[in-house]
Design a protein around this ligand. Structure first.
Ligand SMILES: Nc1nc2c(ncn2[C@@H]2O[C@H](COP(=O)(O)OP(=O)(O)OP(=O)(O)O)[C@@H](O)[C@H]2O)c(=O)[nH]1
Ligand SMILES: [Mg+2]
Length: 158
């Protein structure tokens, strides 16, 4: 899987998505600091919400293949600036979260806001119901993994 970094406001669903994509049990735990789970970097929502921390996100992203901007479809709050994706050193994709709780209109609005931030492509998922997760997982597959065969020790043969 690509090395990703999860970005988004407090409680938008970063840790839950991280647990879901790695097939772990969904257990609520507030993220207090940067955490690495199977090469996925989970960040505390405060890193996006408090401008003083933003630089940390950008520097951490240097080590990643991909940044995911998450946006909770049920939230009125929007913390990304227009075009913000361009300030990251790697590709930024978008993920609309909590689709199991959101109306069609909320989902569409969240998608449009993520588009405005410059994130592309954009996925819509529910970590709780599993909706949309397979499509996201397909995109997160390492390109090396897509063209090769994984061996027992995690390497790829071509
Ligand atoms: N219904 C529903 N609830 C979700 C979903 N994803 C996350 N939640 C809930 O939203 C709350 C916050 O989720 P977290 O994954 O901890 O959020 P976070 O973005 O990691 O938050 P911080 O660590 O504070 O930055 C928890 O109670 C989750 O169970 C979802 O897809 N559907
Ligand atoms: Mg968290």
């Amino acid at each position: 899987m690509k090395k990703i970094i999860l970005v988004g406001t407090v409680a938008c669903g970063k840790t839950t998505l991280c647990q879901r994509i790695h097939g772990m049990e969904l257990v609520y735990k507030k993220t207090q600091a940067l955490e690495v789970v199977n090469e996925t970097i989970d960040t505390p929502g405060e890193y996006l919400e408090h401008r003083a921390f933003l630089r940390n996100l950008m520097t951490t992203a240097v080590d990643a293949d991909l940044v995911l901007f998450l946006l909770d479809a049920t939230q009125e709050r929007f913390m990304y600036s227009p075009g913000q994706a361009a300030s990251f050193p790697v590709q930024v994709a978008g993920v609309v979260t909590k689709t199991d709780l959101a109306s069609e209109t909320q989902r569409r609005q969240a998608r449009e806001l993520l588009e405005l931030s410059g994130a592309s492509p954009i996925f819509e998922v529910s970590s709780v119901s599993g909706d949309g997760i397979n499509g996201l997982l397909e995109f997160l597959k390492d390109e090396a993994a897509q063209s090769g065969t994984e061996t027992d020790n995690g390497r790829f043969l071509y």
